[in-house]
Design a protein. Structure first.
Length: 154
């Protein structure tokens, strides 16, 4: 069943266009890199702030600036990532490194949603916030590295 779905994804018009386009695939790939840069480039300093760096800078200001940038980066990376996946869906789905990357992305996203829910309830749990920040610092750079390594094995 999954094999059939993945084959259909690869046979789609979008995937076929990306596979044979001189400019669209590189543009989508560049969009993916941009999304990752926005995401990881926002999440890392936000997490470091939550872990205690830059005590003179107001946490609320850092969150107000970086959280929306991280969200845009995540949406961009996921949207373009789905397009890139469509080109070789069966190969990617079978690759352990890709599965690890997707696990890290899901964990990182769930972790971010948990941190957001905690902040919306007023926070007040510094130990938990620091734990969530540390988990985030493990998930996102690791997902980035896994994604980078995929290019060398597929």
């Amino acid at each position: 069943m999954l094999e059939t779905v993945l084959a259909a994804v690869e046979a789609s018009g979008v995937a076929t266009h990306l596979r044979f386009s001189r400019w669209t695939y590189p543009a989508v790939n560049a969009g993916h890199v941009l999304g990752l840069a926005l995401l990881v480039g926002s999440v890392v300093p936000l997490d470091l702030k939550l872990l205690g760096l830059w005590p003179a800078v107001a946490r609320r200001d850092v969150e107000r600036l970086l959280a929306p940038v991280a969200a845009v980066g995540l949406v961009t990376a996921v949207a373009t990532g789905l397009l890139l996946f469509s080109v070789q869906a069966r190969d990617y789905a079978a690759l352990g490194l890709f599965q690890a990357k997707m696990t890290l992305v899901v964990l990182g996203t769930a972790n971010a949603l948990a941190a957001l829910a905690l902040r919306r309830r007023g926070g007040g749990r510094p130990g938990l916030e620091k734990t969530l920040a540390a988990v985030s610092l493990l998930c996102w750079p690791s997902a980035l590295a896994a994604g980078r390594f995929i290019g060398y094995v597929i």
